[in-house]
Structure formats: C-alpha cells, structure tokens
Write a protein of this length. Structure first.
Length: 201
C-alpha cells in the first residue's frame, strides 16, 4: 500500500519503505550524536581518557597506540588500529566502510582518510563505500588525503599534502596530486617502535 509521501527522487513510498526510512533516520541521528560526542572527547588533553571513550564507541585500538587531540571520526565502529601507532592532531578517520590501520603506523597531523565518496555518474549522486587498508610501518605526511578503496603497502611513505587515489606498493615513496611514486625506501626490514606520545597532545 502506497502512502502520500515521496522519497527524494519523487517515488511514492509504501508503508514498509516509509517505516524503513524512519528507522534509518533514527539510526543516522543517533550516530551523528555519537560522532559529536567523540569530537568533544577529542578536545580533552588526556590520551588515557580519550582512548577509553573511543574504545567504548567501538574503535579497536591496539596496545601502545595513541590518537592525538581533535581527531574526527565519521563512524567509529569500523575502525581498527594496530599496536604502537600514532594518529596526529586534527586527523579524520572515516569508518563508514572498514578502515584498517596496522602496527607502528605514523599518521601525521591533519591527514584525511576517507572510505566513502559520491558516485558522480549516478543520477542520485549515491554514496559508494570502499575499505581502506594501511599496512605496518607506513608513514603518512601532514595534510595528505587517502581516498576510498586504497591499500597502502608495508613501509610505504606518503609525502606531505599528497592525494592517494590508488594502491601504494610496499616501501614506495609517493607524492603529489594525484600521488605518484617518487622513490623507494632502501631499508626493507623494520623493528622500530614509535615510542611515547606527548602528554598533552
């Protein structure tokens, strides 16, 4: 049975479709409230407290990993961070699809990692979600952008302000917009630990 209500494309909604839309809207608003609370949590200068709240919200954070102040999350439930990893100030971690960050990863300040984007060829401009994987010992420089569906291989380096649009091979150094290979790390075996984070960051 159709209702008098229409969706954004002008299609009449059945009662079942209307009910589904109402439930989805409630879920969406609830998630937005959680994300806002995480944003406020990010302003508190205590790694221990922030990590505790982030874990309650669903982010899996490995031993010794830290997330510096003012990080933003679009959906915490799909974010997995390994051990001894540092996420810099003001970074954006998108969890609308699976985001996996490995061990000993150094993500600098204001890095944006996205795994959802609009399909510009779709008549409804629909969202397309694709997982992002950042493997062990990767370094991502300040203000870089990682786009949906990308895998950054072990030991790779992303230069500051680069835009990563496709997979990065292990040990590659990429830079530019869009990101291109500009070199390769000579050392291929890593045993370093990133160490203690600054207390009030």
């Amino acid at each position: 049975m159709e209702t008098a209500l229409k969706d954004k494309t002008g299609k009449n909604l059945t009662l079942g479709e209307l009910f589904t839309k109402v439930v989805n809207r409630i879920k969406s608003v609830s998630l937005e409230l959680i994300v806002y609370k995480l944003h406020l949590t990010g302003c508190i200068p205590s790694h221990t407290f922030r990590r505790f709240i982030y874990r309650i919200a669903g982010i899996k954070i490995g031993k010794g990993s830290v997330i510096h102040m003012k990080a933003r999350f679009y959906d915490p439930r799909n974010i997995v961070i390994g051990e001894d990893t540092i996420i810099g100030e003001g970074s954006i971690l998108d969890g609308r699809a699976k985001l996996t960050i490995g061990n000993h990863v150094d993500i600098a300040s204001e890095v944006m990692v996205y795994n959802s984007q609009h399909d510009i060829e779709d008549e409804n401009f629909s969202a397309v979600d694709k997982p992002v994987i950042i493997e062990d010992y990767v370094f991502i420089g300040p203000r870089s952008i990682v786009l949906p569906g990308v895998t950054i291989g072990k030991g790779a380096i992303v230069a500051a302000a680069a835009v990563v649009t496709k997979d990065v091979p292990p040990y590659a150094i990429i830079g530019g917009v869009p990101g291109k290979i500009i070199g390769e790390r000579k050392l291929k075996t890593y045993h370093y630990r990133l160490g203690r984070a600054r207390w009030f960051r």
